[in-house]
Design a binder for this molecule. Structure first.
Ligand SMILES: [Zn+2]
Length: 234
């Protein structure tokens, strides 16, 4: 699988369309969201960056790899603008009194490591892990809950003409102008980890499974239909 900005944007657009179509049917979505709001800074000049935060630095793949840099991630979700947009739009479906007020305080935690995949030190890699508990709306019962997203990136950082053959346990991240910003890759992978329709993992916590809650019961059917439609469209 090949990733990179073009890929992210296409995927985000697709995701946004699905999402807009999904909530559009119920008429409670206030306006448009992505991809305009998504930070596509990969092709632009440097963004102002927080001092001393390597997650936001844009350096060449060779530079990252030869530095053997280790990045500890402890970053509020609001720093991941594309992901935060999606979470915000999802929560907009809730009545104001049910909406978690501190959803922006969710913190992405993890660690990234840079190095080379090969002995010749020509193929840069980024590996590691990250996780975050985001606030989301359960599509069965329409209540807010905490959805845990976990990623374990194993990326080859390659230019557009470069091949990563022989490294099947890695995914290819396509570089723009040979530059790489770790935050972009972490954000993309977290977005990809979002389910198409988030639901409570634990049925005991989901009001849709409580027979006393007739409203939630009613809501179950259209969402279930829509989910199966979306599955077929994938
Ligand atoms: Zn639920």
């Amino acid at each position: 699988m090949r990733m990179g900005f073009a890929y992210v944007n296409q995927k985000l657009k697709q995701r946004t369309e699905e999402f807009t179509r999904f909530i559009g049917q119920y008429g409670y979505f206030p306006g448009k969201l992505l991809p305009e709001a998504f930070d596509t800074s990969g092709v632009g000049p440097y963004h102002a960056r927080a001092m001393g935060n390597p997650l936001r630095e844009r350096r060449t793949a060779a530079d990252w790899a030869s530095s053997s840099q280790v990045i500890e991630i402890a970053e509020k979700i609001s720093s991941f603008e594309g992901l935060a947009e999606i979470v915000e739009a999802d929560l907009a479906a809730l009545d104001a009194e049910k909406r978690p007020m501190d959803w922006r305080a969710s913190t992405v935690l993890g660690e990234l490591r840079f190095g080379f995949a090969d002995g010749d030190h020509s193929i840069a890699t980024m590996t590691g892990h990250a996780s975050v508990a985001v606030d989301a709306v359960c599509q069965r019962c329409l209540e807010a809950f905490q959805l845990t997203l976990e990623i374990e990136p194993r990326l080859l950082l390659l230019g557009q003409q470069e091949e990563g053959e022989g490294y099947d346990d890695f995914e290819v991240w396509e570089l723009q102008e040979y530059a790489f910003r770790p935050l972009d890759a972490v954000q993309e992978m977290l977005i990809m980890a979002l389910p198409f329709a988030a639901t409570h993992d634990n049925m005991a916590e989901c009001k849709a499974f409580s027979t006393e809650d007739e409203v939630a019961e009613e809501m179950t059917t259209p969402f279930a239909d829509l989910r199966s439609q979306m599955k077929q469209n994938q």
